[in-house]
Design a protein around this ligand. Structure first.
Ligand code: NAD
Length: 499
């Protein structure tokens, strides 16, 4: 629809309402549309439909309240521009994430200094697997009393928090889902991964503005703090929260009083029994636990192996490129990778992960363990007991503890302890359907993967779609556009059923 037609329609509606004695149509309720702009050197100042103070920012704000106000304006414009604009945003984000994967992957690695470049790049290339506008199909009911449609409609502005482990990928996947549902959004990113997130947001908004005329669909706080998080959550335009991170941010989001979709922490256990193919199990475990140096929340973090096959499994892991540490090497690594505070562990010192080692290359861990690695080593492992800090803590390092168990019952019980009730992800390698069913029921996790690496649970080598925000404590599961919708019912009584 052109600008002229829209203003003409507004004037006619105003006139008609005026003659009927009603109030004239509110001219300012929906900001006047701006035609798509060619690239221009004015930095948005001349053509933007954003309010004067919010122009030329392309989504990047210092102040949380300003960001929320800008996102609210953008939401109203997006509502007006319809599904075509949402589709365009989805296309822009998917195309840009792929096109800039190498550059942005490098940028994120340089800023955060955690993970692996090849996987940082891949995590952006696969944004195309995130579901968008086509996911939203209304549900219809038709019968003697007419027809009813249940529509998936937006909330308005969504306030989002992203982790340091996958900053641009989480942000990009969230943008596809949230905008596909017709919402605008504000991000309070992790402070240690904010610069790369800001770069992506600016690029997305510039392209979205060029193509749709809307300037601030995706807003971000350039220097995020706990105060900016609070201000974002409190802003009246923010109707829904989506936080991705550890226990702290989940607890904080749940205390805001707003509805929160929480993608929380995990500590995924793996159980391997004597019916599994050891080679396939070893390869799957290495692929999953070494992905981005084990930064994935779904990544294999500890293995419980039936004692009859534990040696075979470890031999197969060595044959497939993982390096086994001796007990003295494990002790040396443990002393570096954890700090032990006395008095917090019921008499025993409590282990906390030493952040320096999170997401570091196997070579860095090997140095701490005092071992030389063959080049190309992706993963270290060692045999431990079930109470070892590498089992208990969500450690996010390319090291895997292997624990022997006597039975499926013990394997499941140990897995449950290690998972801490996060209900996030669990994995089994087995061809025994009873064992699969027993573990699936007992662990009660959001993702349960059988005979593959963790990534299979997000559509990489398994069926299904991708999201980097898996809502675990709040139960929405692998987030998708419907997660960010209000379901509204539209009922036509006794009519329009056409047969
Ligand atoms: P983190 O918890 O340190 O930070 C996550 C985000 O929350 C950051 O933006 C941080 O600034 C913010 N934050 C932290 N504490 C906060 C508080 N009290 N109030 C407000 N904001 C707060 O996590 P991280 O190291 O960046 O990421 C790793 C964690 O995230 C792991 O626990 C991992 O399992 C989890 N994670 C979960 C998913 C999922 O889909 N469920 C995806 C990725 C990461």
């Amino acid at each position: 629809m052109s600008t002229i037609n829209e203003s003409l329609i507004r004037d006619v509606v105003s006139e008609v309402l005026g003659r009927l004695g009603g109030s004239p149509a509110p001219k300012t309720s929906v900001p006047a549309p701006v035609p798509a702009q060619p690239s221009c050197s004015c930095n948005g100042q001349a053509h933007s439909s954003a309010s004067p103070g919010l122009r030329g920012k392309f989504g990047v704000f210092q102040d949380a309240n300003e960001a929320c106000a800008a996102a609210h304006e953008a939401f109203l414009q997006l509502q007006h521009k319809g599904v075509a604009a949402r589709r365009k945003i989805e296309e822009i984000v998917k195309t840009f994430a792929d096109k800039h994967a190498a550059e942005w992957g490098q940028l994120e690695l340089e800023e955060t200094r955690i993970g692996r470049l090849d996987h940082k790049i891949e995590k952006l290339q696969i944004i195309r697997l995130v579901p968008g506008v086509d996911w939203l199909r209304p549900d219809g009911h038709s019968g003697d009393h007419g027809i009813t449609l249940e529509e998936y409609t937006p909330f308005g502005v969504v306030g989002a928090v992203t982790p340091s482990t996958h900053s641009i990928p989480t942000l990009s996947g969230n943008v596809v889902n949230i905008a596909a549902a017709g919402n605008a959004m504000v991000f309070n990113p992790h402070p240690a991964a904010a610069h790369c997130a800001v770069t992506a947001v600016r690029a997305y908004n510039q392209a979205i503005y060029r193509e749709t005329g809307i300037e601030n669909v995706v807003c971000i706080i350039e220097q995020p703090t706990l105060d900016s998080f609070s201000a974002m959550c409190k802003h009246e335009a923010v109707r829904l929260l989506c936080v991705t991170g550890g226990p702290g941010v989940v607890a904080a989001a749940m205390q805001t009083g707003k509805r929160a979709i929480c993608a929380g922490p995990g500590n995924p256990p793996v159980y391997v029994d004597d019916t599994a193919c050891m080679k396939r199990a070893a390869k799957g475990i290495i692929a999953g636990a070494s992905y981005d140096n084990n930064l994935l929340c779904i990544g294999e973090k500890e293995v419980f192996a039936l004692e009859t096959i534990a040696d075979k499994l470890m031999a197969e892991m060595e044959r497939n490129g993982a390096v086994r540490l001796s007990s003295s090497q494990l002790d040396a690594l443990t002393k570096s990778a954890f700090t032990f505070q006395s008095g917090e562990g019921g008499g025993c010192p409590h282990a906390s992960v030493n952040r320096f080692f999170i997401g570091k290359d196997p070579g860095v861990l090997a140095q701490a363990a005092g071992v030389n690695l063959p080049s190309g080593t992706q993963l270290l492992f060692a045999e431990t007991d079930a109470q070892h800090p590498f089992v208990v803590e969500e450690q996010m390092m390319p090291f895997l503890p292997i624990v022997r168990v006597k039975s499926i019952e013990e394997g499941v019980a140990r897995s449950l302890e290690a998972e801490h009730g996060y209900k996030h992800t669990s994995i089994i390698h087995s061809h025994d359907v009873d064992a699969m069913t027993t573990m699936g029921r007992a662990l009660d996790t959001t993702l349960f993967i059988k005979n593959g690496p963790c990534m299979a649970g997000l559509g990489l080598g398994g069926e299904g779609y991708l999201s980097y925000s898996i809502a675990t404590p709040t139960g929405e599961g692998v987030t998708n556009p419907k997660t960010f919708c209000r379901v509204r019912r539209c009922v036509m009584v006794d009519n329009l059923r056409i047969y």
